[in-house]
Write a protein that binds this ligand. Structure first.
Ligand code: AHM
Ligand code: MG
Length: 340
């Protein structure tokens, strides 16, 4: 039986953090609660998915030309409904929606924008493997009214907070606010509360795992191939060989590497020069967390957080994880540039 004095709920933790910032209005705190509530609703639905026979394609195709699944639609609607009437948000953007989502007419627009990938790794749903929700919060740039594209097209370094929820063997919410550290909370399903389980997560500079879809090996640049051979142990003077793990859901792969130490890559290749992952919904929030945990994230040459987005659904190559491991890849890519 849990004793209340021994546990820290997400609510208590966020409030304690807010007290350390006397100028805080509490709006960000409430926004994080809104997201945590959406996460609990999504988690409950995911847990029942196999039972209520809602697996399978919903028959619609999203803006990325991928078949949407029913849980994608559910997660997307849940996130939007949890945020759009709160008065804290002026616009949202979702990986599942082609255009930005201004708050409805008649709702007082707030000062934040929230960008999200409502159900990342959705192909894992059918095989009962981990999926996640990724979120990213910015302050609006425009002065008032409904949010506009310029309010969401901001470089990742402007993020006020970012995080993810992982629906795995347990449900976890992991987040950081600007200038702060990364903290993880595990949902106790018996009381419906997220409890602090991972205080101040730090990514080891070098780790034992690497995560990359090696079926793309033949399409990679020479530099990417060399870097991955380095993970195999082919460059022992500079890098110790690593063990491979690939779930196929960024949230789960990134989470493992953050906790246990490692590096994740989704590089560009001959077919998809910018890789697969989206800057705004996947790369920037994860880069924000990686840096807050002492790690690093690059597209090979640029710091992910410095990339100024030009389109809502822009993709960028991603190399993310322990700082020394990311440095190794960056160096190999630069060294190999001339050989391409
Ligand atoms: P999704 O947001 O449409 O689910 O796609 C993103 C996912 C990431 O979670 C994961 O890292 C990647 O796609 C896996 O792609 P691949 O199957 O090409 O390795
Ligand atoms: Mg995704």
């Amino acid at each position: 039986m849990l004793h209340p004095s021994l546990v820290t709920t997400l609510e208590r933790f966020i409030l304690d953090q807010e007290r350390e910032h006397p100028d805080a209005t509490g709006e960000l705190t409430n926004l994080l609660y809104d997201i945590a509530l959406a996460a609990k609703i999504i988690a409950a639905q995911i847990r029942r998915a196999g039972l209520v026979n809602i697996l399978g394609a919903a028959g619609s195709v999203n803006v990325q030309d991928e078949e949407q699944q029913k849980l994608d639609v559910f997660a997307n609607e849940t996130m939007k409904n949890a945020l759009n009437h709160t008065g804290r948000v002026c616009a949202m953007a979702s990986e599942e929606d082609e255009t930005i989502i201004p708050v409805p007419e008649g709702v007082q627009p707030g000062k934040y924008t929230v960008l999200f990938d409502p159900l990342d790794g959705s192909s894992n749903i059918d095989v009962n493997a981990a999926v996640g929700t990724i979120f990213s919060i910015y302050e609006r740039r425009s002065a008032s009214g409904q949010g506009t594209l310029e309010d969401v097209l901001q470089p990742g370094r402007n993020q006020i907070a970012a995080g993810y929820v992982m629906y795995g063997s347990s449900v976890m919410m992991v987040y950081a606010v600007r200038g702060g550290r990364v903290h993880g909370f595990t949902l106790d399903p018996t009381i419906g509360e997220f409890l602090l389980s991972h205080d101040d997560i730090r990514i080891p500079p070098t780790g034992k795992y690497y995560s990359v879809n090696e079926s793309n090996f033949g399409r990679w640049s020479i530099g990417t191939q060399r870097a991955v051979r380095g993970f195999h142990g082919d460059d022992p003077a500079r890098l110790k060989g690593k063990n491979s793990r690939y779930v196929g859901a960024l949230v789960a792969d990134f989470h493992r590497n953050m906790i246990a130490g490692g590096i994740f890559m989704y590089p560009g290749d001959r077919k998809n020069p910018n890789g697969k992952l989206r800057l705004l919904y996947e790369c920037a929030p994860m880069a924000f967390l990686a840096e807050a945990a002492g790690g690093a994230a690059t597209d090979g040459t640029r710091r992910i957080l410095d990339i100024v987005p030009t389109a809502l659904h822009q993709r960028v190559p991603l190399v993310i994880g322990g700082s020394d491991d990311v440095d190794y890849v960056r160096t190999v890519l630069i060294e190999s540039g001339a050989d391409e």
